[in-house]
Design a protein around this ligand. Structure first.
Ligand code: ADP
Ligand code: ADP
Length: 228
């Protein structure tokens, strides 16, 4: 489902971010991406939804060849991928409901379908009773739950999370992890870049470690492997 062969990325300014990535991730896996700052984790993640283009190598996502994908086809790729960020990236003037509904309005789903799907995902993340709230009326953990609801409302096959618990306390982080596990149990592939030793060592999953643009470790039920 996610296949990379000998992927390199050199940015326009000459920085080599990735220098030969090979990876094969199956449908339904839960994978942590760990490694020091500047190692290439964000670049690796951003290649998957074509926010970054590879300089060399092959990338296939759900049998879509991402390398040759025409610009106008990129939205089709992104419809299969939900993205969750450390800083939530919610639209501040829209309610919780509207933030989640937005992705479905863009693809012109019917109002009845939108209402049903939005309430289903808000229920899944435990925020049905806060549908009318604005983002800044919520705690950080609640805001992250809204952004998870937004990421999954399309039923994507893959959810990519870049440091999703980076701004959250340990207890809230564990609650967020339980939501990701539930989404994973329903068959969604999850890729999560994280610096949280506690999360990785508590909720054991596949661990891919990237250092200096290369995968240096890839372990089933691995541990975090760094001091902090
Ligand atoms: P392109 O799609 O044209 O290759 P880039 O992704 O290389 O564009 O980004 C454009 C410019 O933004 C880079 O040349 C660089 O100067 C700057 N830039 C953005 N993020 C970073 C970063 N994290 N470190 C260094 N430079 C950056
Ligand atoms: P990580 O997520 O592990 O911190 P990144 O993928 O963000 O690593 O960065 C890998 C390397 O690429 C770093 O040296 C970073 O400064 C550089 N980099 C990231 N984005 C850009 C960019 N748009 N333009 C130029 N250099 C970049």
């Amino acid at each position: 489902m996610i296949l990379m062969k000998d992927v390199h990325k050199t940015y326009a300014n000459g920085v080599v971010a990735l220098s030969g990535i090979n990876v094969d991730i199956k449908q339904g896996e839960f994978v942590y991406i760990v490694g020091p700052s500047g190692a290439g984790k964000s670049t690796f993640i951003r290649l998957m939804f074509r926010e970054v283009k590879p300089s060399n190598g092959t990338i296939r996502i759900n049998d879509i060849n991402v390398n040759d994908l025409k610009e106008r086809k990129v939205p089709y790729l992104r419809r299969n991928i939900g993205v969750v960020y450390q800083d939530f990236k919610l639209l501040p003037k829209l309610s919780v409901y509207e933030n989640v509904a937005f992705a479905l309005e863009v693809i012109e789903e019917s109002p009845a379908v939108i209402r049903k799907r939005v309430m289903e995902v808000l229920d899944l993340v435990g925020l049905k009773n806060k549908a009318r709230f604005l983002p800044d009326e919520l705690s950080g953990g609640e805001q992250q739950r809204v952004s998870i609801a937004r990421a999954i409302v399309n039923h994507p096959k893959i959810v990519i999370a870049d440091e999703p618990t980076g701004n959250l306390d340990p207890e809230t982080s564990r609650e967020i992890m339980k939501i990701f596990e539930e989404i994973n149990d329903r068959g969604t592939t999850i890729l999560m870049a994280t610096h949280s030793k506690e999360i990785v060592n508590t909720f054991r999953k596949r661990v891919i470690a990237i250092e200096d643009g290369l995968i240096v470790r890839d372990e089933h039920r691995g541990d975090y492997g760094y001091e902090s």
